[in-house]
Design a protein around this ligand. Structure first.
Ligand code: FES
Length: 120
């Protein structure tokens, strides 16, 4: 086992036990996250310094974790709550709610437009 044993102050593991990483894409960018996790927790694995400070209820109420997804082998887009949906191999996350865009922005920094005007 390579993960799942990190305990927080309540002695509850942050991640469900996992033995391998799975491949997903977030707005077209390939990522690897631990198997057996809800998607929001997988996002936390990718951005551990921002997701915990997002305004998420983690309980299917706030809607700040809404995503548009396509499952592997499907052409159908559907909406989901990342605090409810399990991350799975080949999952494509096509769109992110604004709170998630903000908290995951570091994943896309190299593609982001230059924040400062240039002299050109
Ligand atoms: S985190 Fe609130 S609905 Fe998912």
């Amino acid at each position: 086992m390579i993960g799942g044993m990190g305990a927080d102050r309540f002695n509850v593991p942050l991640y469900r036990p996992f033995e391998k990483l799975i491949s997903i894409t977030v707005r077209g960018k390939p990522m690897q996250v631990p198997e057996n996790q809800i998607l929001l927790r997988a996002f936390q694995y990718l951005c551990p310094e921002t997701i915990p400070f997002g305004r998420y209820c983690w309980n299917e109420e706030c809607q700040y974790c809404r995503v548009v997804i396509r499952k592997a082998g499907s052409d159908k887009l559907s909406q989901a709550l990342s605090c409810k949906l399990m991350a799975e191999e080949g999952l494509e996350i096509m769109e992110l709610a604004p709170e998630l865009q903000w908290n995951l922005s570091q994943l896309f920094q190299e593609n982001a437009p230059h924040p400062m005007p240039t002299d050109e």
